[in-house]
Design a protein around this ligand. Structure first.
Ligand SMILES: *Cc1c(COP(=O)(O)O)cnc(C)c1O
Length: 376
């Protein structure tokens, strides 16, 4: 039987034709296709300014810069995310302050967030893990009460909703990723949704060497910018993918529902929140019943590979990486995130998967875990 990876992008002939047209056009880098994709994303977010960059990591870092976050500032975030979320805070010289996650949503625990606010806190940087949105109502209540900026790391939650509004169509700064594993892709890429044209112009300057161009053809540079512009080749893929986003997410929801139907709950896994209202099912992540098993997560992943099934890990709690241990973090600081980070596995879920792939995965999980149950 064919190997089933945990994710795979869906690129159709429409995207391939669009790329071929860009290649034939003679204009490869940032140009008309980027402006078109930006206009489409702006329409998709209800008319907010949106600008493209070469990755969501760049979008996050430039967002911190346009918000004026720098040395001496604290940014409150979750320890359970891709390392990019905290790296960008260090990148601008600010300090990431972690708050433990909620055991059920696995997102930053908003009931503990206010206790982490100090006079140096400038921003909240929440992450919608697996595409399940953080409670935006409470988030913006807290930000409003304390006068904080918000940067939503929505890399995983494109197409998710809160109170029947699209993530990205409201709020403060919102970043999306178009990495190959995300719900839509440009290969690599990302974008930032902003509040006004002033922010958008600052962002445009910072994403390309700090250059401001004037109508008479002259230019000036008043700040060292990044080199983070997107190519028209990538933007052409993005436009094609955006048209398919709703169908992709519908397919993901259907596959997630099949997981809940077929997963053997007697094995002792903790399943994700059974949500079909808000999230986009970027990933399906049960937590391994490690205490009952005689193998560790590595052994589980190896055994699943022998079953022909790819399993990912997203993510270990990041405060336990050497980078943060050196800054004084240690085991036990954020026990909920640590527990999830040790036990989480990402099972296959992507739009091109077939319905009958889900029971195949569930049966393999049962075989592997039953063979590894402790008999004491
Ligand atoms: C993927 C991801 C990023 C980074 O996106 P890139 O486009 O790879 O830079 C940041 N945060 C989260 C939560 C992600 O999942």
């Amino acid at each position: 039987m064919q190997f089933l990876p945990f994710t795979r992008p869906s690129i159709d002939e429409d995207a391939i034709d669009a790329v071929a047209a860009v290649l034939r056009s003679g204009w490869l880098t940032t140009g008309p296709r980027c402006r078109e994709f930006e206009a489409e994303l702006s329409a998709w977010t209800g008319g907010r300014p949106v600008r493209l960059v070469s990755s969501a990591t760049a979008a996050l870092e430039l967002a911190l810069r346009i918000a004026g976050i720098g040395p001496g500032d604290e940014v409150i975030t979750t320890p359970l995310s891709w390392i990019a979320t905290a790296n960008v805070v260090l990148g601008v010289g600010a300090t990431p302050v972690f708050v433990d996650v909620d055991p059920s949503t696995r997102n930053i625990d908003l009931s503990r967030t206010e206790k982490a606010i100090t006079p140096r806190t400038r921003m909240l940087l929440p992450v919608d893990l697996a595409g399940l949105p953080v409670d935006r109502t409470r988030l913006y209540e807290i930000a409003g009460r304390h006068g904080l900026r918000v940067l939503e790391d929505a890399a995983q939650s494109m197409g998710a909703r809160w109170a029947d509004r699209r993530i990205g169509s409201f709020g403060d700064l919102v970043s999306f990723s178009f990495h190959a594993n995300k719900n839509i892709t440009t290969g690599e890429g990302g974008c930032l949704v902003m509040n006004d044209e002033h922010e958008a112009r600052l962002f445009e300057k910072l994403r390309l060497q700090g250059v401001t161009r004037f109508a008479d053809g002259s230019m000036d540079v008043d700040v060292p910018g990044a080199k983070a512009n997107l190519t028209d080749i990538a933007a052409a893929i993005g436009s094609s993918q955006l048209r398919r986003l709703d169908a992709f997410n519908e397919r993901r929801r259907r596959l997630a529902a099949l997981y809940f139907e077929h997963f053997d709950r007697s094995l002792g896994f903790e399943l994700p929140v059974e949500d079909f209202e808000t999230g986009n099912w970027h990933m399906f992540q049960p937590l391994l019943p490690l205490a009952r098993m005689s193998i560790d997560r590595g052994g589980f992943i190896e055994a699943m590979k022998r079953e022909g099934i790819g399993v990912g890990v997203h993510y270990p709690a990041m405060h336990l990486f050497t980078l943060f241990r050196r800054r004084g973090f240690r085991d036990g600081d954020f026990p909920v995130a640590e527990n999830i980070g040790r036990r989480t596995v990402t099972l296959p879920l992507f739009p091109a998967m077939r319905d009958d792939d889900v029971p195949r995965v569930c049966e393999a999980v049962s075989r592997v875990v039953k063979a590894a149950l402790r008999r004491d």
